[in-house]
Design a protein around this ligand. Sequence first.
Ligand code: ZN
Length: 317
Amino acid sequence: MLNPFLNVFLNYMNPLRNLNILYKNSIYNNVDINFSSSFTGNLFFTCDLELTPLLMRGLSKQKSKIEIEHGLKYILNMLDKYKICATFFTEGYLCKNFPDLVCSIDTNIHEIGCHGYDHSIYGDFWFPNKLYNFKNLSLQQRKEHINKTNILIKGITGYEPLSFRAPFLAIDEKTLNLLEKEGFLIDSSLYNVCFGKISNPYHPDNKNILKNGNMKIYEFPITMSINFYKKNLMQLYYKPIITEPLNIVYKTFFIMNKLNHYQGINIVLLIHLWEYVIYNNKIQKLKNNIKKLGDLFFFIKKNQIKSKTMKSKFEGN
Ligand SMILES: [Zn+2]
């Protein structure tokens, strides 16, 4: 087995990184941006709601719960203030231990999706095998994790989730085929940039999920994240791919809106709830993240960008 550090290094060197550079050059450099035009696409604002990443950083279960509760209240208030609806991808582990957290989300406005049970790995398409010694699940284990999480979510919301996001965004063909069999309508685990352009939701091919095909499930590629994995080994793995400063986020909205063939484009933004909590006394970091989110929401409101939950795509609105 490869040493994990070597593994990360090899991933850093992989062709996706070059694609990312290509994408930036082609899309961002040659378009004249008019910031006064109005936006005609949809925003899918998504938040991963999970305890495991904090536990992995050494926080106790109770302390993690208190922090997440605090952060969730803040995020829900902000969403309410700016009238933005969101899809929360929730861990089964969190639903089991602290169902009150999920209960506090108004499901008439927001959507609850499934984020696996506890951040075991559901596929190795992107993720180097066994990096960090996270458990790599067999297909049968993936099915069990997904089923038990669905039951937990249904116990809280009354509905089985329709949307899925893989822990660590680690997905592959096997998981996507499994999700379809289990009745999911949407997956949002792939990075947009791997298509070499900004892309719309699509039906993948069951043998190659990067290609269009005839699966029933919809893939909603993640367009961007605003503050993802800073000062962490994971940054090396993810940052070249999707983390963007706000000015690039703003630019993307307008460029996508402006280019004819992107009319009606869908933008999927990703945040993690743990980006809005204090751990290791990193108060300044929390303040920075909060400021960024506030600025982003203000931008969304000012430009009258419509937000939707993922499942609303199937509800005729
Ligand atoms: Zn996660």
